[in-house]
Structure formats: C-alpha cells, structure tokens
Design a protein around this ligand. Structure first.
Ligand code: PLP
Length: 423
C-alpha cells in the first residue's frame, strides 16, 4: 500500500513529496504516507502505528487531533472558510501572542514562516534604509531567495547562493557568520556595521539539529545591533511558545526589535506572523510604505486553531510538564548511548520540548560541528527506531518535537526502542 502510494506520488510531485525533507533523502528507503494521527501517534498507509516525534515539524504541540482544536476548526469552517475581510479571530490570536511576548507590540499574520521572515527582512531594510543582512550558517529561515545562502565553514563569508535558481544578486547583501562565533560577529560589525539593516537568527537554532546559543552570544548581538542602529530579528518560528511561553526571548531575557512566528501559533494550520516595535511596524502598508499582503492571511480556520492552542499554553505547568518528559527522554537516550557500543560517538542536546540525538561526541555549537556527525549511523538509528514503532525526523539536522500527548508511557516505549536500536 505504502510503496504503491509512493510510486503514484512520484509521478505527480518532484521526489514524490511537497517539501523535500519528507522524501527520506538523508536516510534512504520509502517515506511512510500518513493516513491518521491522534495524540502522540501516527498511522501509516499500511496501518502501522508509531510514536511521532516529527509533530508536523513542531507545529503540533498539544498532540494530534486534540478535541478542542478539531472543534475550533470545524466551528470556524461552519461560519465560512475565508472572507477577505478582517475578523475577530485575528484579534483573539494576536492578543494571546502579545500577552505572551510583550516585545511584539504590533504584528501581521501571514500563511507561512517563510513569508513572515521574508517580510521582516523587507521591513528591516525599509526601517534602516540599509541593504545588508547578517545571518548564521545552519539557521533556516524559510525559502526566500535572499536567505538561501550556503554556509562558509568556520569563516565568516559573503553569502553564496545555496540553491539553483537563486542569483548572486539575490544573496549579495546577505552576510553569513558561524553560529555562536562571537569574534566573527564583532569583526563583521567592525567592517559592515553601518551597512547592516538587521541581524537575523534562530535564538535557539533548531534546523542544524538543536544548537543552543552560548552564554553571551545573544547579548552580544543585542549590544552590537543597538550600537550600530541595526535591527535584531529573532526567528522564533520553532522556539515561540515552545522553549517558554514567551519563546527564546523570554528564556534568555534578550529582547529583539522584530520577531517571526509560525508553526505552533497555527495549531497545525498554515500560518506565520511577524511583529515587534510599534514604531517599526507602522511602516507596513497600509499605514506605511512597505508593501506586504496575503489573500488568505489571518485565515479564520488557522486563527481558530492557533487560538485554541495558545489558550492551553498560558499555564506555566504545561511547559513544565513538556520539559519534564523531554528531559527524561534526553537523559534516557544519553544513558542508552553510554551503555552501548556507541558510547562516546553520540550525544544529546535538549531545551524545552526539543531535543536532538547527534552522532557527534558532544552536542555541536555550530553548523560545521553538526556536519561532522556520522550520517550513516544516523540513518541506521533512524530505521532501527522506525522498525520499532518510533517515527523520528528523517534528517540529522532536525529536532525531535515532544508534545503534551507524549506521556511517561510514550517516553518509556521510546527509550526501550532506543536501547535496542543502540545496542
Ligand atoms: C519552519 C521554519 C521557517 C519556515 O516556515 P514555513 O512555514 O515552513 O515557511 C522559518 N524559520 C524557521 C526557524 C523554521 O523552523
């Protein structure tokens, strides 16, 4: 059944998928077509049930098909699926975001994280009248041309196009520095500080595997951007409402000028948002001269799903529970590594409800270190877990996403599978 679906899908979609990492390119084999999900579990087209840690790449935080979200969506759908006019639902979701993230004084909803970051970059350029953006190797910000730049390993470097079809002009103004490299950042500010519109980063990087900011890294970026009148833009598409109610900016107590959101705030429906200082957001059309728009932006179904999700995340106990299970899972994986033949070859990084099992001796602090991981060992581990009923993200450069539906039973079952897979 599953193999048949993949054969048909390959006739229709490049690689058989509608987003590349789903194709199992990094691990080999046939991607499992999902037909149903509930709580912490997904079922594939052959009827096999597995514990899910993909969680729609982090968009799912309460668990799959949670009744209040399903009800919020169907109730909204019954009132019409899209109007092309403002709705009360946009206000309800925006007020919840603002309450959790006070730096987001004003915001705009989009349909994806890509659009949110692309718009935030345009806004930073509009506000500063400058062209250059500094990003970090291994941080993913969606697929806008100017942000698809390859990483210069170890050395701060001018961005080179990281995809066919991206012109050199499109990335000419994108500078790339190694994540967590304070010296490179200082050097780049010395050279380009007065040309920089913004520094853009994932304040906790989760797209090169989970890489935490070193002490002082976010603070340095805040100081340098302020000193040079550039904007600090946090891409919290993953970390927002996941590492703390107020995202990484709350957890690390560093306040950006602009924030990008997505994933969790849509409760599994397509959404994104960018927002921040009111004086900067006043530049966005129709109030200001920076154009930005979307036919389905603020879609009523997405707003309803997002609001129902954030309504459950106001309570700090919820985050404590998420983090407790994730910490137990991370510790158990660490013990399973140490007890097996791979001791000293793998390591675990974790924060909030995110974790990555790296095939490196220690958790990496940069993309270059993450890239040194053993890809073959990752692929074997991935398939051993899949065969034992656990669905992990099919790439070494991703985080596992724990949800509220992952209880002690699911964590124990995952650890039992991991002990076998690592033996
Ligand atoms: C997923 C992601 C994006 C892009 O969001 P899409 O909704 O996939 O367009 C941007 N930034 C980060 C940090 C992400 O993880």
């Amino acid at each position: 059944m599953n193999d048949g679906l993949f054969a048909r899908a390959r006739e229709l979609f490049p690689g058989g998928v509608n987003s590349p990492v789903r194709a199992f390119g990094a691990v080999g084999g046939t991607p499992r077509f999902v037909t149903r999900a509930e709580g912490a579990y997904v079922w594939d087209a052959d009827g096999v049930k597995r514990i899910d840690y993909v969680s729609s790449w982090g968009a799912i935080i309460l668990g799959h098909a949670v009744s209040e979200i399903v009800e919020a969506i169907s109730s909204a759908a019954g009132r019409g699926t899209s109007y092309g006019a403002p709705t009360p639902g946009e206000i309800a979701l925006a007020e919840r975001i603002q309450a959790a993230m006070p730096s987001v004084e004003r915001m705009r909803f989009t349909c994806s994280g890509t659009e949110a970051v692309m718009s935030a970059v345009r806004l930073a350029r509009a506000h500063t009248g400058r062209s250059k953006i500094l990003k970090f190797a291994g941080c993913y910000h969606g697929h806008a041309d100017s942000l698809l730049t390859a990483a210069g390993s170890g050395v701060a470097t001018m961005g080179l196009p990281g995809s066919a079809g991206v012109t050199a002009d499109a990335t000419r103004d994108t500078l790339v520095a190694p994540y967590n490299d304070l010296d490179s950042v200082s050097e780049l500010f010395d050279r380009f500080g007065d040309q920089l519109a913004a520094v853009l980063l994932e304040p906790v990087a989760a797209n090169m595997g989970l890489v935490l900011p070193k002490p002082g890294f976010l603070e340095l970026l805040r100081e340098q951007t302020s000193a040079h009148h550039a904007l600090l833009v946090f891409d919290e598409v993953i970390t927002g409402f996941r590492v703390a109610p107020g995202g990484a900016q709350e957890r690390y107590d560093v306040t950006p000028d602009l924030t990008c959101l997505g994933k969790v705030i849509g409760g599994g429906l397509p959404v994104g948002a960018f927002g921040g200082r009111a004086d900067i957001m006043a530049l966005v059309a129709p109030e200001g001269p920076m154009y930005q728009a979307g036919t389905l932006s603020g879609n009523p179904l997405a707003m309803a799903a997002g609001e129902a999700t954030l309504a459950r995340l106001t309570d700090r106990d919820v985050f404590d529970r998420l983090e407790e299970q994730t910490t137990r899972l991370a510790a158990g994986l660490g013990e399973a590594i140490d007890a097996g033949p791979h001791a000293g070859r793998a390591s675990v990084a974790t924060i909030g409800s995110l974790l990555t099992l790296f095939w490196t001796p220690r958790p990496p602090t940069s993309f270059a270190e993450a890239q040194a991981g053993d890809g073959e060992a990752f692929a074997s581990f991935f398939h051993a877990m899949l065969d034992r009923g656990v669905s992990l993200p099919p790439s070494p450069y991703e985080a596992w996403f724990v949800t509220l539906a992952h209880g002690a039973g699911e964590v124990d079952a995952t650890l039992a599978a991991a002990r076998e897979a690592l033996a």
